[in-house]
Design a protein around this ligand. Sequence first.
Ligand code: DMJ
Length: 452
Amino acid sequence: MMKHAWDNYKRYAWGLNELKPISKQGHSSNLFGNIQGATIVDALDTLYIMEMKEEFKEAKEWVEKSLDFSVNADVSVFEVNIRFVGGLLSAYYLSGEEVFRKKAVELGEKLLPAFNTPTGIPWALLNIKSGIGRNWPWASGGSSILAEFGTLHLEFVHLSHLSGNPVFAEKVMNIRKVLNRLDKPEGLYPNYLNPSSGQWGQHHVSIGGLGDSFYEYLLKAWLMSDKTDEDAKKMYYDAVQAIETHLIRKSSGGLTYIAEWKGGLLEHKMGHLTCFAGGMFALGADGAPSDKTGHHIELGAEIARTCHESYDRTRMKLGPEAFRFDGGVEAIATRQNEKYYILRPEVIETYMYMWRLTHDPKYREWGWEAVEALEKHCRVDGGYSGIRDVYINHENHDDVQQSFFLSETLKYLYLLFSEDDLLPFEHWVFNTEAHPLPVLHKDDGNKEENQK
Ligand code: DMJ
């Protein structure tokens, strides 16, 4: 599958961000400004892990010769960080090739002006030539987004580690300080925070879009610090407690789901993005208070089951973008604009964590069901495409091969069917784009040790 996705990207869209597999040409998203090559940088570590040596070599040569950050355009700080900085860091740690370290630090430096706000909470968008930042025009009262400014921590700590320059880590530690000073409604973190006033925007809370990877990075910051970052640990387990009390519900048919919270009212909707949380709860089970360990694993298993149901209840056996638990339905999308599947990884990601942590064979079976559905419905001559409606039985492709299909979906599938000693959890954490970063062991100042 990786070979098919990669070969077609190479044939039809080489050097551009993504592939349009039906029209067989490049696809450009404005998330990366004019930075090019998202698929190449996102796929580097997957190629390496899958031992696709020739392909890795040509990708590396492209990075050396053509990856260029001197663009005069707005980029999404979050997207560039998780895909480009994360991809380059992983490629460096896996291969030891200096070019990746150099490029990661160079790009990290370009992102620093995003933090020039009164509070130090970064802007969502940054012109990386002029250094001028701004927020999404649709975000509540000019706010920055929790899942965006809360998903820089892992990469920025590594940038400081690899460059010897403490500024990166200082910037993300300050974000945490600002958050810790604020009152949280019912212990929950709203999705919107104004970077000028330092006040929350609308009190909307989500473990899916706009919130998701903030929670993931609290847990992983603690794990990546070799369990020394006690602040991150406390913030994570306190947040999970509030999420359980206010957002997690069980349907009458017995499916556990995570709702969205709007100023105290629940919307009984769960996004595909939210499905990553099954894996997160299971990964965090070990550090939970001892009487809660089993409970966190169980919660992960229940979320995995619900998300599997969201796949199983469609015609194509691929999950919709969002599914609901109201109006007599359970785990089904009811709105036309929530019926699409864009090759997202979160459900497979949760299967992978659940498999590693429980070895229950059903997670491999569910993963294989997803492989068969991807092959049947998403694979086309020119690569892999998303689907506009997973509830109908004729193909309706969206004609985009997302870069995260290569970095995440295919990597998590590969890991699901590999031995546990490939990128073991004691030594690696995955950033939110599935780029593995080494745990910074406390007794170990040198880089070599981190690379084992
Ligand atoms: C990826 O870019 C990351 O997983 C991000 O955290 C959420 N969205 C996509 C995949 O769905």
